[in-house]
Design a protein around this ligand. Structure first.
Ligand SMILES: [Cu+2]
Length: 144
């Protein structure tokens, strides 16, 4: 009877710690992958880069699609150079500081002057209407 009790207790402990490890691992993966929104795959925040900056854009939680049609849960990337995110439902301007990737592109190369710059990724719907701050990410880069 005592042996049985020890065995069950041991089994519980093993199972318990295994579940805990699993949960932690999942949480670790989640804090990276489950943060909804667009994100810079490169460069990373604080990176020092050359004047020709190759930008790779990632997206979690929505599908990247070309512009022109309003489809729920989809949109395209916008890159804002030295500017802020665009408030929700406002149309993303189209100028040399607001670049649209209406073909569904996820990579580009831009030219920046030496110094500190901010880069903002803004996700917006098929009509270029912003999904707001929650669907944006801003990083800072130093151009040498
Ligand atoms: Cu657009």
């Amino acid at each position: 009877m005592k042996a049985w009790f020890i065995m069950v207790t041991t089994l519980c402990l093993i199972l318990g710690s295994y579940t805990l490890v699993q949960a932690c691992e999942h949480e670790g993966a989640c804090s990276k992958a489950c943060s909804i929104g667009p994100h810079f795959l490169s460069p990373k925040n604080g990176d020092t880069v050359s004047q020709d900056v190759n930008i790779k854009m990632g997206m979690t939680g929505m599908k990247v699609q070309k512009a022109g049609e309003l489809v729920k849960g989809t949109g395209h990337h916008h890159l804002i150079i030295d500017g802020a995110y665009v408030p929700e439902n406002e149309t993303v301007p189209k100028d040399d500081k607001h670049i649209h990737f209406g073909k569904g592109q996820t990579e580009t190369t831009i030219k920046l002057s030496p110094g500190k710059h901010t880069l903002t990724l803004q996700f917006a719907d098929g009509f270029h209407q912003s999904y707001g701050k929650i669907m944006s990410q801003t990083i800072e880069v130093i151009v040498k």
